[in-house]
Write a protein that binds this ligand. Structure first.
Ligand code: NAG
Ligand code: NAG
Ligand code: NAG
Ligand code: NAG
Length: 322
């Protein structure tokens, strides 16, 4: 019955009210103190940290004030260019990228899907669901069926889209390409941060050929080149050059502007899924793979993901037999 009495209306309202006022005063004072002088605590912890030996990230100390872990120095955007209607492929790609083993490279990698304008009521609902669930979709101002100029729309939009948090490198990738993010990040980690153009070069193994280009399976540009594409007349006036593919056209922009001098050919670490011999760009899987291309069927995805141990971490359970 003690408890019930507490809730009963007070017979001495004045007395109860003064206690409430005192409590409120104490709370307010504490609140004001913490609001006005929070840095005292923070600074103190910094100063203390400064006098002690530097703590490594593996330290077992619990910091008095938990600061967020420092952002990795290298930031990479993987832009997968795809069309609105391929919901199932995006689902597979999300699984494939999300389940990759942790990065050993000290890098922050974002995988995003880039679509052109949505054109049907179905897309407006189903793509909206993906945005709400995954937040990894970017809709560019372009027409999906025009078949020319999406590469320009993609690269030229990036600086404005990511003005606050620019990347060091932006990749453009196909949705039938499996990129091993860690291998890619480890490769880029030791590369120049500027004027970089990296991928699988055609003509094969002849990086000195001025007329060559990186194939569209996936290639990386350093952010200064991305910014250049967004402001230069050369790409803007030559978004498409018939009958060439967009990736050949991109190489021509760089050539005309004498840019992309840091060219790196990733052959044989980037290749097409092996079906039949080609001059030089398809072969069996190799452990040091950066990217496998032409994964046009679920079976090819399955074989690729199996080789790279994507399901090795599957936990045994009564719930399934696999
Ligand atoms: C990745 O790191 C997380 C958190 O440290 C850990 O739980 C997870 O098992 C790791 N995954 C792999 C594949 O190593
Ligand atoms: C894409 O959609 C936007 C907004 O609806 C529109 O302003 C723009 O003209 C469209 N672009 C193309 C190329 O269709
Ligand atoms: C490489 O490209 C250069 C310049 O186009 C050309 O002269 C040379 O023959 C090519 N080498 C091979 C092996 O194809
Ligand atoms: C997959 O796992 C096996 C067994 O642990 C290992 O021998 C192989 O090197 C791994 N493959 C790759 C590509 O890492």
């Amino acid at each position: 019955m003690e408890k019930l009495r507490l809730h009963a209306p007070s017979k001495k309202p004045f007395h109860k009210t003064s206690i409430a006022f005192i409590l409120l005063f104490v709370l307010l004072t504490t609140f004001i103190f913490l609001t006005v002088y929070p840095n005292d605590f923070w600074l103190q912890s910094l100063v203390t940290g400064g006098c002690e030996p530097r703590r490594t990230r593996f330290s077992h100390f619990v910091d008095p004030v938990a600061l967020p872990p420092p952002e990795p120095p290298l930031r990479i955007l993987v832009g997968v260019l795809t069309v609105p209607s391929t919901y199932e492929r995006r689902h597979l790609l999300r699984n494939a990228y999300f389940l990759q083993p942790n990065l050993t490279a000290n890098a922050h990698v974002d995988v995003r899907f880039f679509l052109c304008n949505l054109t049907s009521d179905e897309q407006r609902v189903l793509v909206a669901l993906e945005v709400m669930r995954y937040g990894d979709i970017v809709v560019l101002d372009c027409e999906e069926n025009m078949n020319e100029g999406k590469t320009y729309a993609y690269f030229s939009s990036l600086p404005a889209l990511f003005e606050e948090t620019p990347y060091d490198y932006a990749l453009k990738a196909d949705d039938d390409t499996y990129i091993r993010l860690d291998e890619m990040a480890l490769t880029l980690e030791r590369m120049p941060r500027e004027d970089l153009y990296l991928g699988l070069f055609i003509p094969c193994k002849n990086i000195t050929d001025r007329m060559g280009w990186m194939t569209g399976m996936a290639y990386a540009l350093s952010w200064d080149l991305v910014e250049w594409i967004s402001r230069s007349e050369i790409p803007r006036k030559h978004r498409a050059i018939q009958p060439y593919g967009e990736d050949v056209v991109l190489a021509s922009w760089l050539r005309d502007a004498s840019r992309g001098k840091n060219r790196f050919d990733m052959n044989p670490k980037m290749y097409d899924y092996y079906e039949e011999p080609t001059p030089c760009y398809s072969h069996e899987f190799i452990p040091e793979t950066i990217a496998v291309h032409k994964l046009k069927t679920n079976l090819k995805w399955a074989k690729t993901l199996e080789y790279f141990n994507a399901t090795a971490g599957l936990k045994p359970s009564e719930l399934y037999r696999i």
